[in-house]
Ligand binder design. Structure first.
Ligand code: PFF
Length: 469
């Protein structure tokens, strides 16, 4: 994607010149899915669902995906395609073309900052997955009890040097690809590995069905009990919808800038949202039966999948093989997302500061890696350090928790809100209509959503959480 190609039919005069376009609708879907499907689906979704009581939370999350995430994804892609440049400059380009305030480019800047902060702790979790490949491959999980499997995980978290090693390796993998430019090789790999991940998830779901607690898991996930839903749960569901779809941080804008004009933004965005949601729900169906069958806690927090899935792999036939494959694919899913997190800042350094790609990747990657050390230490030596603990809603949050909270629950929805306002109220309607090429009723539905529903919903959730109950 980042390499230059022949001039193309730019969305605005001269804007897409010298930039390549996706070769087909499928490549765009694969790349966008590669960014969207990651640790958010398999690691984060199940544990926040567990912490927030199940069904009602899942329902709110699904609503957020359909009513807020999908329209914003379409808005991001259309802004990217119309601007035809990296996010900050696409926004500047549209602003200057339509004689708007150039400060709108700051929407892209919020995204760049968010991606940078997310990658610092995302890479630490990616490192856990790397570590578990070895754990599974060496047969350490075979026949272990739930306690023994949990102990493997707590031992890992207690050891900063080991965590640092895996975090470094994961970050190096991300930097390697970004430094070289995201090539077709990655697209091809995504097209093989994503379906493989899907199949393996189905295999674990198949195993989970044999645990005897599948029905309880289905009830837990799909039967809403609103008494378990808190206002902060609603904020978390909203924030996660942005996180899992890679929204609010200009990634979809960047990817949209390579989308050929004749491809439907709505259809491709729907496909990405559907695949992403299916992977998350499958992960839930794979994990919760195992949790219940082994008397584990659904609200166990960030370690949930590292304590449940290994248990299943330790008990199923050929578990070492499946376990190794699973964690390899999890690394891959995290890797393609990690790349999309580093790409915007590297692109920005190149474009704005004139740095070459290798130097900007090394610079940005190094700072991100160093920031990741704070997240590593909050799992052990700094576990009791809660710098903003005096603020009610941040009580007990370590640096790691704060980074997660601040990015997913504040920066991403804020970025998404600004995108909605820009597309709904600022950009020319005519240009949008041309980009989306929807039937009149569908366009109207989308337009009303980004103009009114999204800003009001995101704004209300924010205000309620900051000043409410
Ligand atoms: N969507 C990714 C996941 O669910 O793991 C994480 C992510 C990637 C968030 C890229 C934001 C982003 F821009």
């Amino acid at each position: 994607m980042s390499e230059s190609h022949a001039p193309t039919s730019g969305a605005m005069e001269g804007s897409n010149a010298k930039r390549g376009l996706w070769s087909s609708r499928l490549t765009f879907i694969l790349a966008a899915t590669g960014s969207a499907v990651g640790l958010g689906n398999i690691w984060k979704f199940p544990y926040i669902t567990g912490e927030n009581g199940g069904g009602a939370f899942v329902l709110v999350y699904l609503l957020c995906i359909a009513a807020i995430g999908l329209p914003i994804m379409m808005a991001e892609v259309l802004i990217g395609r119309r601007g035809g440049r990296s996010p900050v400059n696409s926004l500047r380009e549209i602003a200057s073309y339509d004689r708007l305030n150039p400060a709108w480019r700051m929407v892209g800047a919020v995204g760049v900052l968010a991606g940078f902060l997310i990658l610092s702790f995302y890479s630490v979790i990616g490192g856990w997955a790397v570590s578990y490949v070895g754990t599974a491959a060496s047969g350490q999980l075979t026949g272990q009890s739930a306690e023994a499997v949990s102990a493997i995980f707590s031992d890992l978290l207690a050891d900063p040097m080991t965590l640092l090693m895996w975090h470094t390796l994961f970050m190096a993998l991300v930097m390697l690809v970004v430094a070289k430019g995201v090539r077709a090789g990655l697209e091809r790999a995504v097209s093989i590995l994503m379906p493989a991940l899907f199949l393996l998830l189905l295999t674990v779901v198949g195993y989970a069905m044999t645990t005897g607690e599948f029905g309880r898991a289905v009830t837990f996930l799909f039967q809403p009990d609103f008494s378990k839903l808190t206002t902060s749960g609603v904020l978390i569901a909203l924030g996660h919808a942005f996180f899992t779809l890679s929204l609010g941080m200009a990634v979809m804008m960047a990817y949209g800038s390579y989308l050929p004009k004749n491809i439907s933004i709505a259809k491709t965005s729907i496909a990405v949202c559907l695949i992403d949601t299916c992977v998350a729900l499958l992960a839930g169906l794979a994990i919760f039966p195992i949790v219940f069958a082994n008397g584990l806690e659904p609200g166990a927090g960030p370690g949930l999948i590292f304590q449940t899935l290994p248990l299943a792999f330790g008990q199923m036939p050929m578990g070492s093989l499946f376990g190794t494959l699973f964690f390899l694919l999890l690394i891959f899913a995290a890797w393609t997302s990690g790349i999309s997190l580093l790409e915007p800042i590297v692109e920005w350094l190149e474009e704005q500061k004139g740095m070459n790609r290798t130097v900007s990747t090394l610079g940005a990657g190094f700072v991100c890696w160093a920031l990741g050390i704070a997240s590593i230490l909050s799992l052990n030596l700094w576990a009791d350090f809660t710098p903003l603990g005096s603020i009610d809603m941040l009580e007990g949050k370590t640096i790691f928790d704060l980074l997660d909270f601040f990015t997913a629950n504040i920066l991403l929805p804020l970025g998404g809100l600004l995108v909605a306002v820009f597309a709904g109220w600022v950009m020319s309607r005519e240009a949008i209509e041309k980009e989306l090429a929807l039937s009149e009723p569908m366009f109207r539905l989308w337009y009303i959503t980004v103009r009114f529903i999204t800003p009001v919903a995101v704004g209300a959730v924010f205000v309620y959480n900051l000043f409410g109950a």
